[in-house]
Design a protein around this ligand. Structure first.
Ligand SMILES: C[S@@+](CC[C@H](N)C(=O)[O-])C[C@H]1O[C@@H](n2cnc3c(N)ncnc32)[C@H](O)[C@@H]1O
Length: 304
């Protein structure tokens, strides 16, 4: 029987090893399960062109671009949950500028050490990495403007506690942008195992609806999926577990594993600031829908 503590200790051990590996070994998966091989990359969005990108901090462990939807302003205090070697923290730092502050929290000592070395090399004195569990954040109440996180909550046994903690540390009117792996529909057990081996980040993933409910139950409003993309497992792997007929039914069922980027706000704060952010989010969603060739206001475009 796995307890929350035993799960955490397995996760910590795994990321301790990963902290000493290079990106090439991790990047065929999110979460760095390292088993997939080949040319497939879950993290299809590229960081490389983003201001603040630091290749030393990119261990190929993400499953989205949470900063893309984080609406970070110059001078903001940003908190990155499960910060790894600092990949999203340094991108966030490019947006907060020298006037802001970025705090990364990770419970794997080797990751924190690697992130601190990266910050030192960059000469940043406003990017700080703290060792701690995101179920019990080492951060004071109402002290953060924006929370980001990339492919971490799926690894955490008590996700509800994480949302409660995010609500505690955000100032009223603050918001979060979280990328993560979720499930839609019931994945047969054999497929779930295959997917875990192939993509990582699946064994602790929960249903998308349940994930959104946890955010709402944590007290957040305007809970919105800003981006959603399927994590596709190639047919030749699926066919090890399914007959061709079952594969057809599976593909048609809409069941699958998705990477999502979820946005939500803590109630309170300045209404005009919230309105500005809402307008800018709408414009961003419209532009994304246009880029993807989807009409705005089409079902699922999310921009209206
Ligand atoms: C998939 S990696 C993502 C790292 C980073 N966000 C990135 O995209 O490069 C997951 C990270 O979350 C950390 N982590 C997992 N569970 C955690 C917890 N309960 N508290 C703090 N950190 C945790 C791991 O140590 C690891 O560094």
């Amino acid at each position: 029987m796995h307890t929350a503590e035993s799960i955490k200790s397995v996760v910590r051990e795994r990321y301790s090893e990963i902290a000493h590996q290079d990106k090439a070994l991790n990047e065929t998966t999110c979460c760095g399960s390292g088993a997939a091989g080949g040319t497939y990359t879950i993290m299809a969005d590229s960081y490389a062109s983003l201001p603040g990108y630091n290749p030393d901090a990119d261990l190929g462990l993400g499953c989205g671009l949470p900063t893309e939807f984080a609406h970070i302003q110059s001078g903001d205090t940003v908190l990155d949950l499960g910060s790894g070697a600092g990949n999203d923290a340094f991108v966030a730092r490019a947006e907060t500028g020298a006037a802001g502050k970025v705090i990364g929290v990770d419970f794997t000592p080797a990751m924190v050490q690697r992130a601190r070395q990266n910050a030192e090399k960059l000469g940043y004195n406003n990017v700080e990495f703290r060792q701690g569990d995101i179920e019990d954040l080492p951060v004071v109440d109402a002290s953060v403007d924006v929370v980001v996180s990339n492919c971490v909550l799926n690894l955490v046994p008590d996700k509800a506690k994480v949302f409660t903690e995010i609500a505690r540390v955000l100032r009223p009117g603050g918001h979060f942008s979280i990328s993560d792996v979720v499930l839609v529909g019931d994945l047969p057990d054999s497929l779930r195992d295959a997917a875990e081996m192939y993509a990582g980040c699946v064994s602790g993933a929960i249903q998308m609806d349940a994930y959104l409910d946890l955010a709402r139950q944590g007290g957040f409003e305007n809970v919105t999926v800003q981006k959603q993309k399927p994590i596709l497992i190639p047919d030749h792997i699926l066919l090890e577990f399914l007959t061709p007929e079952q594969l057809k039914t599976f593909v048609a069922s809409g069941t699958g594993i998705f990477s999502i980027t979820l946005y939500a706000e803590k109630p309170g704060g300045d209404p005009s600031e919230k309105q500005q952010r809402a307008d800018s989010r709408k414009t961003q969603m419209r532009n994304l829908a246009a880029e993807a060739g989807k009409a705005c206001c089409a079902s699922g475009s999310g921009c209206c």
